[in-house]
Design a protein around this ligand. Structure first.
Ligand code: 4AD
Ligand code: MG
Length: 430
């Protein structure tokens, strides 16, 4: 008999099948044992009745320890009350591995207790739902770019450069030379866009951010499109189209998981282009009126982001940040050299920045000036300057933080649950 997955049981009503799985709940009336099984595709009840099985099998099923792994042969029976519409009538059950007492119980646990056991915590229904949504987000992203003719190009992880500033670098030794874990694949995507036109990368990036907020981790996945001949308006359209496609992809495929998470889907159904736009200047005035006194020229901090987000019930753009708040490669606005053609997308409901991007400075001399002004070592950027020596064109792109996006779509309080194995300040175990 070939083993099938639990989500396939509905197609085998009336048949005898073999399944494998883990026991996530057990109760017994004495004469009937109710074994709740999960295998990652579904959760199903297996019923083991004294009259139906050998004494041996009945005794084996009694008091099955939670998270024991089992192989079951049984008959598939329709049951309208069951979540998947079916249950399994046990004929035979083999214990593959009897589990020790499982440390994660139905009661409330402290978050450190759970994070120390992240490798086991993944099995709980909420974590399963979040990570299935994450997978759907990744699929929606791949479909979106495929559908638009983008080439996926993988950026390196070990790099000589620090595109996002030298204060958040993870340094390592590369056979006697300093190397840094990539903060962003962008510079490499610019090279790739000059080769392939429309490109994106989707890989891990690293920031040694000494901030302990609910939105920051040290290692996060970033999706970075880069497009030749794209301008500021085009960059805005691309970002709002991508974010909308991600949300509709999740709504189409992962409603059941959003239900488990008790997510307000009405808030997600509102996510459609165009998104509202506010300039940095306007945002600065708006925040001043709300009593936030942060200096013009600085980046928006967590509190400011949250206060601004109260104004919107959909994702929104803040555009044209000051030169002083942003990275060396950003192109200045033609009508105001204090500003850049930059964009951030902020998620509503106080989730903060999920996208950051810009048009790129294409003029070689200005770029060299910016490198000096940002006090970046010029040698590791020589290759990047070449892109301005050999056929520079207007170019734009952005980075979308995967963890932040999943956190918002799932309605999580903290980014740590949006990542399978989060790397946080003072934590990289397990
Ligand atoms: O705004 P950032 O720093 O932009 C860049 O790195 C550009 N080079 C991207 C580009 O234009 N290709 O980061 C982009 C996004 C943020 O909006 C946020 O969603 C996420 O990456 N991010 C983080 N997520 C979790 N933890 C952190 N420490 C993050 N830092 C940035
Ligand atoms: Mg940013």
């Amino acid at each position: 008999m070939t083993r099938i997955w639990l989500d396939e049981l509905g197609r085998h009503v009336g048949e005898e099948v073999e399944v494998g799985g883990w026991v996530f709940n057990f109760r017994s009336s004495g004469k009937i044992h109710f074994i709740q099984l999960r295998d990652g595709t579904a959760r199903v009840q297996a019923v083991c009745a004294e009259d139906n099985v050998s004494d041996d099998v009945f005794a084996r099923c009694d008091g099955l320890a939670l998270e024991s792994s089992v192989r079951v042969v049984g008959a598939v029976r329709e049951d309208a009350r069951a979540p998947g519409g079916v249950e399994l009538v046990v004929k035979d059950l083999e214990i593959l591995s009897a589990a020790l007492e499982f440390p994660i119980q139905k009661k409330e646990h402290g978050v450190d207790f759970l994070l120390d056991r992240r490798h086991l915590w993944l099995r709980s229904p909420r974590q399963e739902a979040v990570l299935k949504v994450r997978s759907a987000v990744e699929r929606a992203i791949a479909d979106f770019f495929d559908g638009r003719g983008f080439v996926r190009v993988d950026a390196p992880i070990l790099t000589p450069t620090s595109p996002e500033g030298t204060t958040t670098l993870f340094q390592t030794d590369y056979f006697g030379e300093p190397a840094f874990l990539s903060q962003s694949g962008q510079l490499y995507m610019e090279a790739a866009a000059a080769a392939f036109g429309k490109v994106y990368c989707a890989g891990p990036t690293f920031r040694a951010e000494k901030s302990k907020t609910r939105r920051h981790v040290m290692e996060f996945w970033m999706i970075e499109p880069e497009v030749a001949f794209l301008d500021h308006e085009g960059n805005i359209s691309l970002a709002e189209d991508l974010v909308s496609a991600i949300v509709s992809g999740v709504l189409a495929r992962r409603r059941a998981e959003l239900d488990v998470l008790e997510r307000d889907v009405a808030a997600l159904e509102r996510v459609k282009p165009p998104f509202p736009r506010v300039t940095y200047d306007e945002a600065h005035k708006l925040l001043a009126a709300k009593g936030y006194d942060f200096p013009w020229g600085g980046d928006l901090g967590g509190d400011e982001q949250t206060a601004l987000a109260e104004e919107y019930d959909t994702p929104f753009f803040v555009e044209k940040f000051p030169v002083s708040a942003k990275a060396f490669y950003m192109k200045r606005c033609e009508d105001d050299a204090r500003l850049t053609y930059s964009i951030d997308v902020f998620a509503p409901e106080g989730y903060g920045e999920i996208v950051g991007g810009s048009c790129r400075e294409e003029d070689l001399d200005k770029l060299i000036e910016n490198v000096a002004a940002h006090k970046l070592p010029p040698e590791p950027l020589e290759w990047y300057l070449d892109l301005r020596r050999y056929g520079a064109v207007p170019m734009a792109g952005f980075g979308l933080g995967l963890g932040r996006t999943v956190m918002w779509i799932c309605g999580l309080k903290h980014i740590r649950e949006a990542i399978p194995f989060p790397r946080m300040l003072n934590r990289f175990y397990p």
